[in-house]
Design a binder for this molecule. Structure first.
Ligand SMILES: CC(=O)N[C@H]1[C@@H](OP(=O)(O)OP(=O)(O)OC[C@H]2O[C@@H](n3ccc(=O)[nH]c3=O)[C@H](O)[C@@H]2O)O[C@H](CO)[C@@H](O)[C@@H]1O
Length: 357
């Protein structure tokens, strides 16, 4: 039986990292893996770093919930992408398609359906994103990260699997992280991560309070493409990166506490590594509000402290960071009891089952 799987997902790193977690496991189990993504999305850059994973770019259009002149052009790009995906699947003949969502995945799931190939979707957030909502009728299984999400998906197709976290994140070494950042052992480390694209609001508020925070913490700041502040390049105890690849496990390992957006993958990674986190979810104005739900769920479980963007000021940020640090052991104790990050094996089983149908 042909063991070939076609993966898709992109637009932001959050729509790729589950695939990055799965690829080595699939290869270990003898699967041939290929990937469909967009021409210029972050998925192309991330998948290019892997060996033996052919990448097929297709045309994609952004699906927006608001008015934009591109809304007139983009449906045609999606139709073109669907034709391209249909032809690629016909030619490559995967036995299963797996999607992590994002706009590029819609044509691929429809292309799989047109070819009669089973398609599995993984949804990371509490409520399904627009792309996954459109793709769901064409999928055979919909795997969810939060049990609450099952109520938003077709009963026959929905399966709770939890979060899929890359194995290498568990292999971090705090000393390597400190050496990479030229940090010392005598002050705790605050890791700041504004999602895979960075967050201007978090960057600005953090930098406005940098001198105060640096008297108590060393700070490693992942600030997003184009957001490094050159004037702070020489600041002792403060290290900025646009985006971090293979050193990320070490940076996470050395962090005592984390300040982050509430993207699903990131927060489950911090949960896996038992890092007390202060979450500032992306506001409802700028999104469908999924990060707010993610953050509230973690707050309720006692894994995170939450500060809403509308309440973000210099004082509230400092207060929240210092309170989190003071209470960190309580957060760690509660996170030690969680079993929410064991999805990889369940996903692999579902993929094997889909192939055999
Ligand atoms: C603005 C936006 O649309 N955000 C969405 C996007 O977030 P975003 O792309 O930020 O997604 P996540 O926080 O879920 O995941 C980011 C991933 O990138 C990795 N990473 C990040 C920074 C870095 O330097 N190196 C690195 O490897 C993280 O370890 C993580 O695995 O997808 C998430 C999952 O569907 C959603 O919850 C978010 O609402």
């Amino acid at each position: 039986m042909n063991k070939k799987i076609m993966l898709t997902g992109g637009g932001s790193a959050g729509h790729v990292t589950v695939n990055l977690a799965l690829i080595p496991k699939l290869k270990e189990r003898g699967w041939d893996v290929c990937y469909i993504g967009s021409h210029h999305g972050i998925e192309r850059e991330l998948i290019a770093q892997l060996k033996n994973v052919p990448y097929f770019p297709i045309s994609t259009g952004k699906l927006r919930r608001y008015f934009d002149w591109n809304n007139f052009k983009d449906p045609f790009k999606v139709i073109k992408g669907t034709l391209e995906a249909y032809r690629l699947i016909k030619k490559e003949k995967p036995s299963v398609v797996f999607s992590k969502g994002g706009f590029v995945s819609v044509p691929v799931i429809i292309g799989a359906w047109l070819n009669g190939v089973p398609a599995i979707i993984h949804e990371s957030d509490m409520t399904p994103g627009l792309a996954n909502k459109i793709a769901m009728p064409f999928a055979t299984k919909i795997c969810v990260t939060f049990p609450e999400t099952l109520q938003h998906v077709n009963e026959q197709k929905g399966v709770y699997v939890g979060a899929a976290v890359r194995d290498e994140l568990r292999q971090g070494n705090a000393d390597k992280g400190r050496a990479y950042c030229q940090f010392t052992n005598d002050k705790p480390v605050l890791l700041v991560m504004g999602g895979s694209l960075g967050s201007k609001r978090i960057n600005d508020t953090l930098r406005a309070n940098l001198q105060t925070l640096l008297s108590d913490f060393q700070i490693v700041h992942i600030c997003g493409k184009g957001n490094v502040d050159a004037q702070l390049a020489e600041q002792k105890g403060y290290k900025q990166f646009e985006y971090v690849h293979e050193e990320l496990p070490h940076l996470m390992a050395m962090a005592d506490i984390v300040l982050s957006r509430a993207g699903s993958n990131s927060i489950f990674e911090f949960l896996t590594l038992k890092k007390p986190m202060l979450l500032i979810p992306l506001s409802k104005g700028a999104s469908r509000g999924d990060q707010i739900l993610n953050a509230r769920s973690f707050e309720k479980a006692g894994y995170a402290k939450v500060l809403m963007e509308e309440e973000l000021t210099d004082d509230s940020l400092l207060d929240a960071i210092y309170t989190l640090y003071r209470d960190k052991d309580e957060y760690i104790r509660r996170m030690q009891q969680s079993e929410a990050t064991a999805a990889l094996n369940k996903l692999l089983t579902l993929i094997e089952e889909a192939k055999n149908k």
